[in-house]
Design a protein around this ligand. Structure first.
Ligand SMILES: NC(=O)c1ccc[n+]([C@@H]2O[C@H](COP(=O)([O-])OP(=O)(O)OC[C@H]3O[C@@H](n4cnc5c(N)ncnc54)[C@H](OP(=O)(O)O)[C@@H]3O)[C@@H](O)[C@H]2O)c1
Length: 274
C-alpha cells in the first residue's frame, strides 16, 4: 500500500482559507479571541451573541479589517426552539465547515451570581449542555450529508478531577457532560466529520478580572506553567483542531491549562466563596 501524500502544515499561516466557521458566544472573552484567530487563519467567520450586540459589532469590525467575511446572529440558546431556528438561518447563508460551541452561561458575575444553586444549574444545563447537543446534532447531520466538517465543544479541565464547592459541582457536571457528549458524537459522525473538545483551565476573562487575591494565587499555582491562560491560548488550540494539521484527531479533549499541577492546598472556605 502506498504511503499517504504528506502535505506541509508547518509554515501555513492561513490553513483555513476558503472555510467558513461559526463561533457561538463570540461577542466577548474566549469566543471573541476564537473568531479573530479563525479569521486570521483565513476563515470567514459567523458571529453569535445572546444580547451583546455592541461587542459583536466590535468583533465584526476586527474581522473586516482582517478581510474576513461572515454574518452576525442573535439567538438566546436558553430557549429550546432557538437551536433549530439558528442552524436553519446559518444554513441558508451557505455551508459551515467549522462549528464552535463556545457559548456558556456566566453564573459567576453580575446578577446571575445571586441565583440559587438550582437556578444556576438549570441555566448552565440549558445553554452549555442542551444547546451544545442540539446545535451539534443539527449541524453535524448537515456536515455528514455534505461529506465533511468539524465541530469543537468547550469543556473544563477540572471536570476530570473535580473541584470543591458549588461552582466545582456545577461546572464539573455540566462541562463533564459536554466532554462525554463529544466522545459519543465523534463516534456517531465519523468518518466524515471530526468532533473534538477543548478543556480550558483558568483563563483571564471577565470573571478572572474580578477574581480575589486568593483566586489569582490559586489559578497560577494550579498551572505547571505558573500563569493564567489567555483567550488567545484557547483560540490557538481551536485553530489547530479546526485545521488540516488535526485531520487525524477526533473524539479528543485537549486541555489548555498550562498543565494541571494539582489542586491548590490553601483551604478555600476561609475566603467566603462557594
Ligand atoms: N474563562 C474561563 O476560565 C473558562 C474556563 C473553562 C471553560 N470556559 C468556558 O469558555 C466559554 C467562554 O467563556 P468566557 O469566559 O469567554 O465567557 P463570556 O465572555 O461570558 O462569554 C460567554 C458567551 O456565551 C454567551 N451566552 C451566555 N448565555 C447565553 C445564552 N442564553 N444564549 C446564547 N449565548 C449565551 C454570551 O452571550 P452574550 O454575547 O450575549 O454576552 C457570551 O457571548 C464558556 O463556555 C465557558 O464556560 C471558560
Amino acid at each position: 500500500m502506498s504511503e499517504p501524500q504528506i502535505t506541509a502544515v508547518a509554515g501555513d499561516t492561513r490553513p483555513l482559507s476558503g472555510k467558513t466557521a461559526l463561533v457561538t458566544g463570540s461577542s466577548s472573552g474566549i469566543g471573541r479571541a476564537m473568531a479573530v484567530a479563525l479569521a486570521t487563519a483565513g476563515a470567514d467567520v459567523h458571529l453569535h451573541t445572546r444580547s451583546n450586540l455592541r461587542g459583536m459589532a466590535e468583533v465584526r469590525q476586527q474581522l473586516q479589517a482582517i478581510g474576513a467575511g461572515g454574518r452576525d446572529f442573535q439567538f438566546d440558546l436558553a430557549e429550546q426552539a432557538s437551536s433549530e431556528t439558528f442552524v436553519k438561518a446559518v444554513d441558508e447563508s451557505g455551508p459551515v465547515d467549522i462549528w464552535i460551541n463556545n457559548a456558556g452561561v456566566d453564573v459567576l458575575t453580575g446578577a446571575a451570581a445571586n441565583l440559587s444553586f438550582d437556578e444556576k444549574l438549570a441555566a448552565l444545563w440549558a445553554v452549555d449542555v442542551r444547546a451544545t447537543m442540539s446545535l451539534s446534532r443539527l449541524i453535524g447531520t448537515k456536515m455528514v450529508a455534505r461529506g465533511s466538517g468539524t465541530i469543537i465543544n468547550i469543556g473544563w479541565d477540572q471536570a476530570e478531577v473535580g473541584m470543591e464547592g458549588d461552582s466545582g459541582q456545577m461546572f464539573a457536571t455540566v462541562k463533564g457532560a459536554v466532554m462525554a457528549f463529544t466522545r459519543s458524537l465523534a463516534r456517531t459522525l465519523a468518518p466524515k466529520v471530526r468532533v473534538n473538545c477543548i478543556a480550558p483551565g483558568w483563563i483571564r476573562t471577565k470573571w478572572s478580572g474580578e477574581a480575589s487575591d486568593y483566586w489569582d494565587r490559586r489559578a497560577k499555582s494550579e498551572a505547571l506553567l505558573d500563569r493564567w491562560g489567555t483567550p488567545q491560548d484557547v483560540a490557538a488550540a481551536v485553530v489547530f483542531l479546526a485545521s488540516p494539521a488535526a485531520s487525524f484527531i477526533t473524539g479528543h479533549t485537549l486541555p489548555v491549562n498550562g498543565g494541571f499541577a494539582g489542586a491548590f492546598t490553601e483551604p478555600r472556605n476561609l475566603h467566603g466563596e462557594s
